[in-house]
Design a protein around this ligand. Structure first.
Ligand SMILES: Nc1ncnc2c1ncn2[C@@H]1O[C@H](COP(=O)(O)OP(=O)(O)O)[C@@H](O)[C@H]1O
Ligand SMILES: [Mg+2]
Length: 412
């Protein structure tokens, strides 16, 4: 999902108007101003399936609450599969109550629109945190980087573990699997709390609705090998994805992303996975081992639960001289995004006022157009791969296997 201008306000410095040449203007269909009891204030992001808004819920006189409201695109609201997938996301996420999982308050249909109302996170996606670190020499070389990244992923492990442990009323595991863990779907708040978002393609045993059979969904560079082969998918695919994210956070490189989806899949299935310390000398062996265990292609050899992985990370953190907890992550976020929290507070203040004060540059109301978007930076970010038919995946895997066998033969 692309972030809209309201969220990417690096360029929204009122004294320095955005340079039009660095933006693309994408006209959007006019949004509704209201869905049920929610007043839509700003569009925060928009993707293939849904848009996310900063919205205001009104209740009893004097009651007001800001929420992040995810709304399925109107042209998909008539497609049963998409609606059911959207409602599945809401059902799964709303069951989970955990400090490291974004809370869902409400979901349903109103005025012909399907929506999910969730906690508005005053923070940044981890992908953005990552990009900030990459762009700053001091941050890149900071000897605190490994511990900070380990802390972020240790918290994400706890949030995912809570999701994995969801049980039905008889106490039976629902076998919830997120299936799309990536730096895009992990948030770091300005309070230093890490939250898992976007259960959009989560899978659960009790899930009644399946999207078109035979489709592989997820983000290829973080997809576990067994998820690609459409074999058994369980919580360990999320452990793999956490391993891939942590590897990239430590090395500040991409692990499996290649020029094409097929090459990316080939890298996931059989590419070499070097220890992070090969690229960054200050990654200690203990951290290398934690990452590499999460990235075992055989799920049996991986950390068996996200909690196990999180515990190993916390044991590592406990041995470090410097303390890295939420307070330290909060200080770090302030270093990385000096204006970030203030900007979000301003945005929230504007959203709270009924008749709208002056909008900061680059910010638009939800029912205005056009929207100014920060263009995608080539080669960075996490491209979300479209679903591939299972037959193609099987073909690719077949070809990859044959190539591997030939290569091994040739090496001998
Ligand atoms: N709870 C939230 N608080 C603040 N921003 C959010 C929240 N949920 C989503 N967003 C914004 O919307 C983007 C996409 O949301 P996500 O649920 O990941 O949708 P998608 O399924 O399109 O990936 C996020 O990257 C973030 O910028
Ligand atoms: Mg997402």
């Amino acid at each position: 999902m692309k972030e809209s201008s309201a969220e990417t306000m690096e360029s929204a410095n009122p004294s320095r108007p955005p340079d039009a040449s660095t933006f693309s203007t994408v006209p959007e269909p006019t949004s509704p101003k209201r869905i049920g009891r929610y007043e839509l204030c700003f569009e925060l992001a928009s993707g293939g399936m849904a848009s996310v808004y900063l919205a205001r819920a009104e209740g009893a006189p004097g009651f007001q609450k800001l929420v992040a409201l995810k709304r399925i695109h109107p042209h998909l609201a008539s497609e049963k599969d998409y609606v059911e997938m959207f409602l599945d996301e809401a059902r799964i996420a709303s069951r989970i109550t955990h400090a490291n999982v974004c809370s869902v308050f409400d979901f349903g249909e109103a005025d012909g629109e399907y929506y999910i109302a969730m906690e508005y996170l005053v923070g940044e996606p981890l992908s953005r945190v990552h990009r900030r670190v990459v762009a700053n020499a001091d941050q890149r070389s900071s000897n605190l980087l490994p511990a900070r990244m380990a802390r972020v992923i240790a918290s994400a492990c706890e949030g995912l573990h809570a999701a994995h442990e969801q049980k039905d009323s008889k106490g039976e595991l629902l076998r919830v699997v997120h299936r799309d863990v990536s730096a895009e779907n992990l948030f770091v708040t300005y309070d230093g709390v890490v939250q898992v978002v976007d259960f959009g393609i989560a899978h659960a045993r009790q899930r009644v609705h399946h999207t078109s059979a035979g489709q592989v969904k997820g983000t290829f560079p973080y997809m576990a090998p067994e998820q690609m082969t459409a074999a058994v998918v369980d919580r360990r695919v999320d452990v793999w994805a956490l391993g891939a994210v942590l590897w990239e956070l430590l090395t500040l490189r991409r692990l499996f992303l290649r020029d094409t989806d097929v090459n990316t899949m080939y890298a996931v299935l059989s590419g070499e996975i070097r220890p992070p310390s090969d690229y960054r000398k200050d990654v200690p062996p203990e951290l290398d081992a934690i990452v590499l265990r999460a990235l075992q292609r055989n799920p049996e050899e991986r950390w068996q639960t996200a909690r196990e992985m999180g515990k190993a990370l916390r044991r590592f953190l406990a041995k470090q001289e410097e303390l890295v907890g939420p307070a330290e992550l909060a200080d770090w976020m302030a270093e990385l995004f000096p204006q970030g929290e203030l900007r979000k507070q301003q945005l929230m203040d504007i959203a709270r006022t009924t008749d709208g004060a002056d909008l900061p540059e680059g910010v638009r109301r939800a029912n205005e157009e056009p929207v100014i978007r920060i263009p995608r930076t080539k080669g960075r970010g996490t491209p979300t791969a479209p679903p591939l038919p299972a037959s193609l995946v099987t073909l690719v895997i077949g070809v990859a296997t044959v190539l591997t066998v030939l290569a091994l033969d040739w090496l001998r």
